[in-house]
Design a binder for this molecule. Structure first.
Ligand SMILES: [Mn+2]
Length: 321
């Protein structure tokens, strides 16, 4: 049986469906969850619960229509995990025995991360897809489900943001063709993109603090964000989601390292122009992502994390050279 048939059968058989996206959700993760919510409603005539362990950043609220996400795990018998390379991305804060219990339920896994280990009973993973929304578009097409404006807007936003506005190397002919079709269905790119890219003054002041920390050595650009900067600028962590692109845009920077101080350790974002595979490196530290963009978390403080990551990146670059 095809995985699509199994997907539909599983949805129809289940009583309580939970659609879960990953911690620190990005636009693709949120939009994919909303589109999946619509899909489940289409087959069951009843809305599933949407779940995310983090709050949904307010700039994405306009995409949600009359949907909302819960942060407490409700009782469920089917989980559809979207845009999540592993189950711990959906349930990061639960302890091992509890996670085992959650995993024992029926799971559908829809994702495009290369580090996805095909968990779940039904696994629809395509690492060559630009975004999880691209995979969902194909699912809608194959099932001949009409794409209404709500779905079209969400698919477009997922595609747009995971391709960095149709400029990253994952901007394939397929992705552009889908975008064209979505515009044909009524999507208004100008107004959607304006809302997606809107900045707050506090977030912009935070950026100016972070940019001051830039250091470039041996083709590796690094910068960091501390809790103190957050307080000073009154910005929020979510404001810094795309900061690393400023670093990677600097001429001569081949690899970027962006460190963010969290309550218990450091969050690390990595970008590469192709000289090294940052997904492979991130996986060594329990993280992952894509070949040119990946992330991980370390228990160390920002200074130690920076030293460790810098030398790991340098070693990797010298090995490739
Ligand atoms: Mn994605």
């Amino acid at each position: 049986m095809s995985s699509l048939r199994r997907l539909i059968e599983t949805i129809q058989k289940s009583k309580r469906v939970l659609v879960g996206t990953h911690i620190d959700p990005d636009c693709d993760g949120i939009c994919a969850a909303l589109v999946c919510g619509y899909l489940v409603h289409y087959y069951k005539g009843r809305k599933p619960v949407l779940y995310c362990s983090s709050p949904i950043p307010s700039k994405f609220h306009f995409l949600m229509g009359n949907w909302k996400f819960v942060r407490r795990i409700p009782d469920f018998d089917l989980l559809i995990a979207v845009d999540s390379a592993g189950i711990s991305r959906v349930f990061p804060h639960v302890d091992e025995p509890m996670r085992e219990g959650l995993i024992s339920k029926s799971i559908v896994n829809i994702d495009h991360h290369r580090s996805n280990n095909a968990f779940g009973r039904v696994s629809i993973v395509d690492e060559h897809a630009s975004s999880t929304c691209e995979i969902l578009y194909r699912i809608f097409k194959r099932l001949h489900i009409k794409i209404n404006r709500f779905v079209a807007d969400n698919l477009y936003c997922g595609l747009y943001s995971d391709t960095g506005g149709f400029v990253y190397p994952n901007t394939s002919k397929k992705a552009l063709k889908i975008a064209t079709e979505l515009v044909g269905l009524g999507v208004k790119p100008t107004s959607l993109v304006k809302r997606l890219n809107v900045k707050t003054l506090a977030g912009t002041l935070l950026l100016s603090e972070v940019l001051r920390t830039i250091e470039i050595k041996h083709g590796i650009g690094s910068m960091y964000l501390t809790q103190k900067m957050l307080r000073k600028s009154r910005g929020e962590m979510v404001d810094s989601e795309n900061f690393v692109s400023f670093l990677q845009a600097i001429g001569g920077v081949r690899v970027s390292l962006f460190l963010r101080e969290e309550r218990h350790g450091t969050r690390v974002s990595l970008r590469s122009d192709g000289i090294i595979d940052v997904d492979r490196l991130a996986r060594r530290y329990g993280g992952g992502g894509h070949r040119l963009a990946a992330g991980l978390r370390m228990q160390h403080n920002i200074t130690t994390a920076k030293e460790k990551m810098f030398s790991a990146l340098l070693k990797e670059m010298r090995r490739k050279a």
